[in-house]
Write a protein that binds this ligand. Structure first.
Ligand code: PHE
Length: 395
């Protein structure tokens, strides 16, 4: 028989355990998700991104940028007096995880809008879920044209790859430090971003009178690029274009230098991570990539953002942090104007966005729900990206 005292202890023990479990679930909300949130008056928005894996800086920076925007909004009174709360899920940079995360945001958490993804392949995997659920999705940084073609609920706040590919090709062909006539291209064949950008670069490079002398492929996660690099070395290109993500790009360039190849590499926004210089070290000096913003831009809006971000995270924000912030701000602007939290009402206001003053420039959403904005070219010097040029959309 159990004594009353022991029974009491057992019961309180159970209650304590139950409470511990509950608080675990609730504190897991930040990155693990929640349903409903603690305060029913809060408005939930969702973010899915790579917080771990080989693209981890993409998701982490974006999340930091979104959270900064939410703090600013809530401090200024929220959306018509209601605070906004973020639910973030880690998709590990994997398409299946991205779909699961967005399904949960839309069907369980009941978010009013979704921000994500960075990688075009992951945005493409999850966009149909937002479209079917009638929940607006804003990609901060997916540049493949197909992303917003999924439907009228899907938006982005960045330029697209037909423009970015042209920017890179023109730069490789015409910039005084390159003047390349022969290019090699290395493509991540499993990435819609990489494949699309490769096509755009080649089209523009050839139209400008250049020749593509070698085309090679790899898979995300590959470690050894010696076969591709040996073929490229034999083709003697003036420049090597790699439309990939920073982890693979950094090790490829390291290996090229070990093989005695001295050609400059050119890439695009997928290179943008502090990890690029950390992994590649001196091997990447003199290489160029296109991006959405430059840390050196003297505009007070950019420098103020950098100072606030640095004070919080002790590092300079990359383009993803800036684009995450811009996506959230554009969403809040639309939510305020919509006068309702219905997906269709928010989407209608997002579509009207014009000359919004973002960190990454003036953002206007066009009829295809894309943003039309300039790009910058950066050069890697001593492990950090240095500003080289700005290229306007019409140029
Ligand atoms: N544009 C890339 C894509 O579509 C993602 C990216 C944007 C990565 C900006 C880094 C910086 O996949």
């Amino acid at each position: 028989m159990i004594s009353p005292k022991r029974e009491f202890l057992q019961r309180t023990g159970h209650v304590a355990m139950l409470l511990a479990c509950l608080s675990l679930t609730i504190s897991g909300c930040q990155n693990g998700g929640s349903s409903g949130g603690s305060d029913s008056d809060e408005i939930l928005i969702g973010h899915y991104g790579s917080l771990t894996g080989s693209q981890a800086t993409f998701g982490i920076s974006t999340d930091n940028g979104i959270k900064m925007a939410i703090e600013e909004l809530n401090a200024a009174g929220g959306i018509n007096g209601r605070k906004v709360k973020l639910v973030t899920y880690d998709d590990k940079g994997e398409a299946r995880e991205a779909s699961t995360a967005v399904t949960r945001l839309v069907t369980k958490d009941g978010v009013v809008a979704v921000i994500g993804e960075v990688a075009s392949g992951l945005s493409l995997a999850a966009a149909p879920i937002c479209q079917d659920g009638g929940v607006p999705m804003i990609s901060p940084s997916s540049t493949n044209p197909k992303v917003t073609k999924v439907g009228d609920m899907i938006f982005r706040v960045c330029f697209i790859d037909p423009f970015q590919g042209k920017v890179c090709a023109k730069f490789a062909r015409e910039h005084e430090s390159l003047k390349a006539s022969k290019a090699a291209i290395v493509t991540d064949q499993g990435s819609p971003y990489s494949v699309g950008l490769e096509e755009e670069f080649e089209k523009s490079f050839v139209a400008l009178g250049g020749t593509v002398v070698s085309k090679q492929t790899y898979q995300a996660g590959d470690q050894d690029y010696s076969a591709q690099l040996t073929s490229i070395r034999a083709a003697e290109p003036d420049v090597i274009f790699v439309p990939g993500y920073y982890t693979e790009v950094a090790s490829m360039i390291l290996q090229a230098r070990k093989l005695g190849m001295t050609q400059p590499f050119v890439g695009a926004d997928g290179w943008d991570s502090a990890k690029l210089g950390e992994i590649a070290g001196d091997a990447i000096n003199g290489c160029f990539y296109s991006n959405h913003y430059s840390q050196e831009d003297p505009s007070p809006k950019i420098q103020d953002f950098i100072a606030r971000y640095k004070a919080k995270h002790n590092e300079i924000p990359d383009a993803l942090a800036a684009l995450g912030h811009d996506s959230a701000m554009i969403l809040f602007d639309a939510m305020k104007k919509a006068g309702s939290l219905e997906g269709a009402a928010i989407a209608a206001e997002l579509a009207k966005t014009k000359d919004f003053d973002g960190i990454t420039g003036k953002i206007s959403i066009d009829a295809e729900r894309n943003a039309v904005k300039p790009a910058v070219m950066l050069e890697m010097k001593n492990g950090a990206p240095k500003y080289v040029a700005t290229i306007q959309p019409g140029e």
